[in-house]
Design a protein. Structure first.
Length: 293
């Protein structure tokens, strides 16, 4: 199912991280040798060499098959497995899930946010051999939480988005240096924020973008009406199609959405979700792929 869903989607090119990219050694058989330790003795190959030597002896007359004298193994019959160490390279990534749990995040909004994060988690697990996930919830203060708390704890308090961005940067500095890790960040909330905090958010998002492979900003707004389904475009009141997820703006929203426009590129992407029909569309707008029109 994961291959069917995610096969055409893309991740930014991985950078080979100098410490975490190489995983543990594995041992692989590669041919045979005539010298080795007894546990690596290949009984099958040794027996085959003895049989060939016996037939050759019979052919040249040095051994009579009718003779009851035994035909012993010789040192030259012994063959040993040759084992060669193999370094298996795999990609290591850390993904930061940041979610607004302030009082304005209703049960419906939280359901959309958590559905988006669940799909995202499955996608990254499918693409990477090893994934570490850091869950951060925030209202006016940010807290690193467990997976269980991230998906279950209720809403409370006001909203200061910069609190979770600052906490992430502190965690990166202490635990996940960019030289060693492929880092991804995904924020999901309703976009409501203290106006005085917006400029700080922009600066922190810039710092996060600099050390990340990809940063995604997903905004939950039940008034958003983007694409209805895979084939039909929603029509705006003036008769024109609604813009795409990445370009859509709502004048009634807090201005953080539009202020993020200058830093949007292939490393920083935005998406909007209004209901469950939009989750897959928003997801594809972040990761692209041949089926993302």
């Amino acid at each position: 199912m994961a291959e069917y869903l995610f096969g055409d989607l893309e991740l930014p090119d991985l950078e080979k991280k100098q410490f975490r990219f190489i995983s543990q050694e594995s041992i692989k058989r590669k041919g045979y040798r005539f010298k080795g330790i007894r546990p690596r003795l290949s009984k099958k190959e040794t027996l085959k060499r003895r049989i060939r030597r016996r037939k050759m002896a019979e052919k040249i007359g040095s051994h009579d098959p009718a003779d009851n004298e035994r035909f012993p193994f010789h040192q030259n019959d012994l063959k040993y497995h040759h084992l060669k160490p193999k370094i298996k390279e795999n990609s290591s990534a850390v993904i930061f899930f940041l979610m607004d749990v302030s009082g304005s995040m209703s049960q419906e909004r939280k359901y959309l946010a958590r559905s988006f994060f669940f799909l995202l988690y499955q996608f990254l697990n499918h693409k990477y051999d090893k994934v570490e996930v850091v869950f951060i919830s925030h209202s006016t203060d940010a807290e690193r939480v467990t997976e269980d708390d991230f998906f279950k704890v209720g809403t409370h308090g006001g909203t200061i988005i910069s609190s979770c961005l600052d906490l992430e940067l502190n965690i990166i500095e202490k635990e996940f240096h960019p030289n060693s890790w492929n880092i991804y960040t995904f924020y999901c909330g309703d976009g409501e924020n203290w106006t005085s905090d917006n400029e700080m958010c922009i600066e922190l998002f810039k710092k996060i973008k600099k050390v990340n492979q990809l940063t995604g900003y997903c905004e939950i707004n039940e008034h958003y009406s983007g694409m209805v389904d895979d084939t039909t475009e929603a029509i705006a009141p003036d008769g024109s199609p609604w813009p795409s997820f990445s370009a859509w703006k709502n004048e009634e929203m807090d201005n953080l959405w539009s202020k993020l426009d200058p830093i949007c590129d292939n490393k920083f992407k935005k998406a909007m979700v209004g209901d469950t029909n939009h989750i897959w569309k928003a997801f594809k707008s972040l990761f692209g792929g041949k089926n993302n029109e």
